[in-house]
Design a binder for this molecule. Structure first.
Ligand SMILES: Nc1ncnc2c1ncn2[C@@H]1O[C@H](COP(=O)(O)OP(=O)(O)OP(=O)(O)O)[C@@H](O)[C@H]1O
Ligand SMILES: [Mg+2]
Length: 249
């Protein structure tokens, strides 16, 4: 794998019985890139991310993350990535501070380093005053900020963010993106799914998945040009609709 690429796949495929959720997907993501992984509901985004994170075994094809094989070296991959899953994965009964400390210890961060990373993360995400609060009682946008903080505590070089801003208010979304873009400027590779086209505009490149396949991949500006669309939303619809018409999920 070229060192310039931190995420790569060739013919990556996942079948569930006779159903093909991810169908021979091949692409590369450069180090430090903000890469938008877009597609309609059920297109196969989460399934692909779970394979890259070593949480789901591919049926066929290959992939590398941080230079490691997703089939054979998933343990090594997990120490180099942060993963914010589409489903909320923190402990709702624990306080914000306890969730951060728990995730830190899972990633092997202890003592003073854990305290300073926690302080750094909550300050950036403007939630320092929420440390004693019980997580499950927080509004959704704040729970998602906490998930992002937990995924980034160990300063992974690659962050997989699966729909982090779903049902999140505009202010929290902006805070999220300020954080994401700052991480990218520091060299972190961001692999993110979103259904918000205004957010997709922040990505250097985006791919658009249709029924398990990558239907388009390019910069937002090039995609608009290629599909003669005034907005990314229009380009997205032009790419997704012809292929999806008449097919039920
Ligand atoms: N464990 C499973 N067994 C059977 N089918 C599955 C399984 N996991 C996912 N699927 C199917 O694979 C397809 C892709 O699902 P996936 O969750 O990857 O889509 P997605 O692009 O993440 O959608 P969304 O935008 O709604 O999150 C869907 O049709 C889904 O029902
Ligand atoms: Mg999904």
């Amino acid at each position: 794998m070229s060192p310039a690429f931190t995420i790569q796949s060739a013919g990556l495929t996942k079948r569930f019985g006779s159903f093909i959720a991810v169908d021979a997907v091949s692409f590369s993501v450069e180090a430090g890139e903000v890469f938008g992984f877009l597609g309609a509901n059920g297109a196969g985004k989460t399934t692909a991310i779970r394979m890259f994170c070593g949480l789901l075994e591919p049926t066929s094809g290959s992939g590398q993350v941080a230079g490691f094989d997703i089939m054979k070296e998933s343990g090594r991959i997990r120490t180099r990535i942060g993963y914010m899953s589409q489903k909320f994965s923190l402990y709702p009964d624990l306080t914000v501070r306890d969730n951060l400390f728990l995730f830190g210890s899972i990633y092997g961060i202890k003592g003073e380093l854990l305290r300073s990373r926690t302080d750094e993360m909550v300050a950036f995400l403007e939630m320092s005053n929420l440390l004693p609060r019980v997580t499950g009682t927080l509004p959704w946008g704040w729970q998602q900020r906490l998930s992002l903080a937990c995924a980034n505590l160990h300063h992974p070089p690659i962050l997989f963010l699966d729909e982090p801003t779903g049902s999140v208010d505009p202010v929290s979304r902006q805070t999220f993106w300020n954080f994401i873009l700052a991480l990218s400027r520091q060299g972190t590779t961001i692999f993110i799914t979103t259904h918000h086209m205004d957010e997709a505009e922040y990505c250097r490149r985006i791919s658009i998945m249709v029924s398990g396949r990558i239907a388009a991949i390019d910069t937002p500006a090039q995609l608009k040009k290629k599909y003669a669309a005034a907005t990314l939303q229009d380009a997205f619809i032009r790419i997704v609709q012809p292929a999806a018409e008449g097919t039920a999920p």
